[in-house]
Design a protein around this ligand. Structure first.
Ligand code: NDP
Length: 240
């Protein structure tokens, strides 16, 4: 699935799933732009010849400036992958306002901020592919993750509505909902939790960033002409 001639922006690409998606699109020939906040990790991308721009997805001004820089440097945005995300787990009864708000601001409002800024260029050119990364937790919930589940369920509803708004301009919007993927985000699990999770995954293993990247690659490629507004799980069968 050749991505030559396509400008692809991946948020939260300094680590984990976003990094795997970015590598996949770059290997397929896309003109890749990555964002995150960690300057050292962004520099590692620059060393590979990739346009790596620091931006916090919760900061509207930084996101507007990011998109303008991409348009100035690359001329267009064909593909947007909203992957930046975080967790701040805790039982709801003890959850602070700050922990609730930070997760909603990053995972849900962050996706909105980047979509709103980037979609203008897609509307003008009457083409574009957007993939927003949710989570199976946004579909089935999880004790200790009310903020995260709400943010990720929000991403699904947001994406369905946006898919309907922009479909007439040939812009396709889909959601990928990963299960348990081996990244820094899931490294905090205890051995006991890991064994319990593995027991519940029919394919018998946790996922890798590359598993998610392969699905995202298909959804943003020219092969996908007729799938929009969908939430596709990439979870080894965890949620069937
Ligand atoms: P990591 O914690 O490994 O990476 C998160 C990425 O998001 C980093 O690149 C980080 O960059 C970036 N990021 C976080 N906050 C911000 C912000 N405010 N502005 C800009 N960038 C930000 O997470 P994963 O790779 O595991 O997760 C990636 C996505 O996949 C997330 O949306 C997550 O919710 C989702 N997901 C993950 C699952 C898993 O099992 N790992 C399961 C289901 C969904 P930096 O630190 O440089 O800012």
């Amino acid at each position: 699935m050749n991505m030559v001639g396509k400008v692809a922006l991946v948020t939260g690409a300094t680590r984990g799933i976003g990094q795997a998606i970015a590598h996949r699109l770059k290997d397929a020939g896309a003109e890749l732009v990555v964002t995150g906040r960690d300057e050292i990790l962004l520099q590692a991308w620059r060393d590979q010849g990739v346009l790596a721009l620091a931006a916090d997805v919760t900061d509207v001004r930084q996101i507007e400036a990011l998109i303008q820089t991409i348009i100035d440097r690359c001329g267009q945005i064909d593909v947007l992958v909203n992957n930046a995300g975080m967790t701040k787990d805790g039982l709801m009864i003890r959850m602070s306002d700050a922990d609730w708000q930070r997760v909603i601001d990053t995972n849900l409002t962050g996706a909105f901020n980047v979509c709103r800024a980037a979609v203008r260029s897609m509307l003008k050119r009457r083409q574009g592919k957007i993939v927003n990364i949710s989570s199976v937790i946004g579909v089935v919930g999880n004790a200790g993750q009310t903020n995260y589940a709400a943010s990720k369920a929000g991403v699904i509803g947001f994406s369905k509505a946006l898919a309907k708004e922009v479909a007439s301009r040939n812009i396709l919007v889909n959601v990928v909902a990963p299960g348990y993927i081996d990244t820094e985000m899931t490294q905090a699990l205890t051995e006991e939790q890991r064994v319990e999770i593995l027991r519940r995954i029919p394919l018998g293993r946790t996922g890798q960033g590359e598993d998610v990247a392969a699905l995202v690659h298909f959804l943003v490629s020219e092969e996908n002409k007729y799938i929009t507004g969908q939430t596709i799980h990439c979870d080894g069968g965890l949620v069937i």
